[in-house]
Write a protein that binds this ligand. Structure first.
Ligand code: ADP
Length: 257
């Protein structure tokens, strides 16, 4: 993808020389295209629940509210779609927070963060009869942005639970590797096929749209993880085998300053 600029060079007697300058404008165009795609995807994703909420509300107002069974069903749909809308908005805010490079660096206890984030997830852990194993030293510490770090851990925990099997395991391990902390989340759940692994960190990419939609996913969780981990000076990698399980690993500098 190139811009061709024709320029008249120094005239030489009886003839002309022509210089051709080739500029590669691909990276700029790609970023613009990605931004356009994102806005269009966000609009689409927001429109779906809003259409559903307004449709069912109108149906209720048009008379369905007088039939108890229909009223219950439609109100449940409205509640679920409102929750989905909230999740989407929260994720879009998290994503834009990731793009802000400003960091509020404090001392963060890794194990404490994981334990605190597991508290509100306890109900789904019990429902799915999952076993959680925490292999992190109580002294493990990071000098980092706590909110961004928490958002990363939360998204990986939620996926490790949501895409796990009944009575599956989630093992969270912290290791100090030189000046970095390596934190890995290993589940023995559904696993991810090789083709999907390459795309899984893209915004709105889901392996199985119907399944993820059903589980309240937005398709933004891993895009947020990647964005935030990068802002925190680290990296995220994935090892997975379909039907066996997945390990998501983040490596973060012990101190970002
Ligand atoms: P979602 O909101 O759909 O969970 P994510 O960005 O968090 O969005 O994940 C993208 C997709 O990657 C999910 O829809 C799911 O198909 C797959 N995925 C994420 N984590 C796991 C995991 N631990 N095991 C299997 N599949 C996963």
């Amino acid at each position: 993808d190139v811009n061709v600029v024709w320029m008249k060079a120094q005239p030489v007697p009886a003839t002309y020389q022509v210089a051709v300058l080739l500029y590669d404008i691909t990276p700029v165009k790609q970023i613009q295209q990605m931004q356009l795609d994102f806005v269009s995807n966000v609009s689409h994703e927001l429109k779906t629940p809003v259409t559903s909420i307004s449709g069912f509300t109108e149906t209720l107002l048009a008379g369905a509210q007088n039939e108890p069974a229909a009223r219950q069903e439609f109100l449940e749909i409205i509640a679920a779609e409102s929750q989905r809308l909230t999740a989407l908005i929260q994720d879009i805010i998290a994503l834009s927070r990731g793009q802000q490079q400003q960091l509020q660096v404090t001392t963060v206890n890794i194990k404490q963060v994981v334990q605190n984030l597991l508290v509100p997830l306890q109900q789904s852990i019990n429902d799915k009869q999952l076993t959680i194993q925490l292999n992190i030293a109580t002294t493990a510490q990071l000098q980092t942005d706590q909110r961004k770090f928490e958002q990363v851990v939360k998204n990986l925990l939620i996926n490790g639970l949501a895409y796990n099997r009944i009575a599956g395991q989630l093992i969270i391990t912290g290791e100090k590797i030189g000046p970095q902390w390596r934190l890995s989340f290993t589940d023995n759940g559904l696993g991810i096929a090789a083709d999907d692994q390459a795309r899984i960190f893209e915004r709105f990419y889901r392996v199985d749209k119907a399944r993820s939609h059903h589980q309240g996913g937005t398709g933004l969780g891993l895009a947020i993880v990647k964005e935030l981990v990068t802002t925190l000076g680290g990296q995220v990698t994935l090892k997975s085998q379909l039907g066996v399980g997945s390990t998501f690993t983040i490596e973060l500098p012990e101190s970002i300053q």
